[in-house]
Design a protein around this ligand. Structure first.
Ligand code: ADP
Ligand code: MG
Length: 730
């Protein structure tokens, strides 16, 4: 029987996939057509209901039962007009995926008659069976109740799957006793804390600022692979990455893929998922090839953080589904292929006021300049003081393959700010010990706005190796993994920023109380913060060994593995921080820590099993088959009297194959034993460490031997599609 690998290759070449690129629809014609936008709400709701919805979006005010009924009726009217039959609360539990449980509008009345119904109660709150979602021990299984509750700040949307249409209501997910069981609840709390702290600081500069919104623009990297080829790789199917595979003759060294023209089949797929995304109101803006072969990226126009996070999780789901239509598979894993770049998800982050000012955009007047400096330096201080937490916020089994692998930011959190701003901060800093006074007005008049935009916005003064970089009018957190829910990183970033700004206000007020002028007081604290946090600033090559040594001297944390990085979530400092800002209680933090560790263990465990299985029932049989052919050949040569010289080569190959088979099998045995030992460990943290140090540590050796075998064994006998096929055939 022909192997799946050759069937897939045959089909790909014999019947090239018909490329059906969508015609050009004007984006504005379809944008948001499946979203219950405010404009749609205006059309389908009474004045009263509309106002109530608006107030709830703007200020989080509660929607009462009567208004809830009216809004749900409007929603149902709109949805039914579009052919929707079911609705679901759409939420983001700690599994890392999105969750939904569909209910039909259809119901039976007491007299047996049928009715389509969707009332306020169904809109506002639901009780999915929550017993199978991770809770980190917060919710004993016998008390399985968890609630989803409507988040009006993210509009309802219609998800189209084939012919089916479902009304999706974005919700939070909390336990019966109110603890958060999802990623959205803490994120919303962090955004509230940030808003308050930032508004308080803005008040020094502009009394009209009453609201500060954190903004996020993510850049999603991903790989695209032909589905038939991917399906012939059990490792891709089970883990989203290839655990084996020798580097192809051609990798990314020619750099001919980056920004090159997009392959037609992938282009058709992009056009298709983009159209779905536009209908869902996801404002995609850019698409291009990335550095590695078959790697691509898309990015939207930035939005408020909560909406941007929802849109990213929704898009990951949409991309995965749309790919199927094109017989393609999207790989969102951080490291699907060894030897070429992995994928990340840069998080561009800034703060916007209700008065239309970007707080991380250098101002045009001395006053707004000082405001920029205050927020800029507070960000640096926040990242410096809580670098361990930021590191923890991006920790995952997948991201461990990428961080510090000379293609992605190192596990050391540092900030790049560019030459000009480095000089500005140095100027301020050199006045250590001296007090700022009236003569320092000059300092406040620094012409920041003139120099930064040209330097930074045109990309010339950028450092691609920094995990946290200032890029002219925003910071870019580059260490986030491609498959991650951005909420994790965004919750931490906005919380530490809220905490630092709150501290800043207290510090400045204390100086003002001593009789100092407001501007001078602000400048003094900015100076103090620069001195305290300058160690986190680094302009050089973040991928170099020199930086690792230098960072060590500076005392910056450099935690390379997830189980240890996650410790940062449960330090006293973290507990205080999250409690103070009302994000997590101690028990919620501990539960989350537990869930993240469990997730790590499960991921490594699955990879280890897949590796063991493949080594034993894919690699070994092929290698032995080929070995036997060679042995027969040597025997034949001997029979006709050509033994001595002619068989030397063959004997060597037989020997090499034996060596690699033995080394591979021994390591697999060792890994299985290590797993058994690790599984007996009761503490989750210790178990995760054991999985990292004793199970995962076998992966490289096993892989080395398998990849060597791939080079030796007859290509026709090799069952797993090779890198050259996965990466270059479509
Ligand atoms: P690049 O960083 O590749 O040069 P851009 O600067 O155009 O690209 O933007 C990258 C991402 O940053 C986009 O998603 C963009 O919307 C987002 N972005 C731009 N300004 C802001 C901002 N003020 N806040 C958050 N994200 C922003
Ligand atoms: Mg960028």
């Amino acid at each position: 029987m022909q192997s799946l690998r050759f069937k897939a290759i045959h089909n790909l070449t014999a019947n090239p996939f018909s490329v059906d690129v969508k015609g050009s629809t004007k984006i504005t014609q379809i944008f948001g057509e499946n979203v219950f936008t405010l404009k749609t709400a205006r059309e389908f709701l009474s004045d009263e209901a509309y106002k109530s919805l608006l107030a709830s979006i703007k200020s989080g005010s509660k929607i009462d039962r009567k208004m809830g009924d009216q809004i749900s009726a409007g929603l149902k009217g709109w949805a039914e007009k579009k052919g929707v039959t079911h609705f679901t609360h759409w939420f983001q539990p700690l599994t890392g995926a999105t969750a939904e449980k569909h209910d039909s509008f259809f119901t039976l009345k007491g007299d047996g008659g049928a009715l389509e119904e969707f009332d306020g109660a169904a809109l506002i709150q639901q009780e999915p069976d929550a017993s199978s979602f991770p809770s980190g021990g917060l919710r004993a299984t016998f008390e399985a109740r968890g609630y989803t509750a409507w988040d009006p700040s993210s509009p309802a949307f219609i998800m189209e799957i084939g012919q089916g249409k479902t009304l999706c209501i974005p919700t939070i997910f909390v336990s019966y006793t109110g603890e958060s069981l999802d990623t959205k609840t803490p994120l919303l709390k962090a955004l509230v804390a940030l808003d308050k702290a930032a508004v308080d600081v803005c008040q020094y500069f502009d009394k009209n600022v009453t609201e500060v919104t954190a903004t996020l623009g993510w850049e999603q990297e991903y790989f695209v692979v032909d589905a038939s080829l991917a399906n012939a790789r059990p490792d891709l199917v089970m883990t989203g990455r290839t655990v084996f595979g020798h580097a192809p003759a051609k990798g990314q060294q020619l750099e001919d893929h980056y920004f090159a023209s997009i392959p037609e089949r992938v282009y058709a797929f992009m056009r298709d998922y983009e159209e779905e995304a536009y209908k869902l109101g996801i404002p995609l803006r850019t698409r291009h090839n990335e550095v590695a072969p078959s790697q691509f990226e898309c990015a939207p126009i930035f939005e408020s953080v909560n909406l941007a996070v929802d849109h990213n999780t929704l898009l990951m789901d949409v991309m995965t589904r749309v790919a199927k239509r094109h017989n393609l598979v999207v790989l969102l894993h951080e490291k699907p292929f060894a030897g070429i770049n992995g994928s990340g998800k840069h998080n561009n982050w800034s703060l916007a006021t209700n008065t239309g000012v970007n707080l991380l955009g250098p101002g045009k007047t001395p006053k707004t300049n000082l405001m920029f400096l205050a927020f800029f330096v507070n960000t640096i201080k926040a990242v410096h003081d809580y670098a361990d937490l930021l590191r923890a916020s991006i920790a995952s089994a997948g991201n461990d393959h990428r961080l510090g692998a000379n293609e992605a930011p190192p596990a050391i959190i540092s900030i790049f700010i560019g030459k000009y701003l480095t000089d500005v901060l140095k100027q301020i800093e050199t006045r250590v010990g001296q007090k700022f006074d009236e003569q320092d007005e000059a300092m406040l008049k620094l012409d920041i706005h003139k120099s930064i935009p040209e330097l930074m916005l045109d990309n010339t003064d950028r450092n691609r190796t920094s995990p946290f970089a200032f890029t002219g009018n925003k910071f870019e957190f580059r260490a986030v993994g491609s498959s991650a829910n951005c909420a994790g990183a965004m919750t931490v970033l906005n919380t530490i920023m809220a905490e630092t700004l709150t501290r800043f206000k207290i510090d400045v007020d204390a100086v003002i109380e001593k009789g100092e002028k407001k501007e001078i007081a602000i400048m003094q604290i900015i100076q103090k913060y620069i001195v305290e946090s300058k160690d986190v600033l680094f302009e050089g090559d973040g991928y170099s060994d020199k930086w690792e040594q230098e960072a060590k001297k500076r005392g910056l944390p450099n935690v390379k593995t997830t189980p240890l990085a996650l410790d940062a979530f449960v330090t006293d400092k973290a507990k205080k921080l999250f409690e103070h800002n009302k994000i997590y209680s101690h028990s919620e933090l501990e539960a989350r820590h537990e869930i993240l560790l469990e997730n790590y263990v499960k991921k490594v465990q699955i990879e280890a099993r897949v590796m063991g299985d493949l080594a034993t029932n894919h690699i070994l049989p092929s290698a032995i088959k080929y070995q036997n052919i060679l042995i027969q050949n040597i025997k034949g040569l001997k029979e006709i009297g050509l033994a001595a010289t002619a068989s030397e080569n063959q004997s060597q190959i037989v020997e090499k194959i034996s060596e690699h088979i033995n080394a591979m099998s021994t390591k697999v045995e060792e890994m299985i034993e290590a797993r058994k030992v690790a599984n007996e460990i009761t503490g989750t943290r210790e178990k995760a460490i054991a999985y990292c140090d004793t199970v995962k540590s076998c992966f490289d050796d096993i892989r080395y031997n398998v990849d060597k075998l791939e080079l030796l064994v007859d290509d026709k006998l090799w069952e797993l599609p090779k890198y050259r096929e996965l990466l270059f055939l479509r």
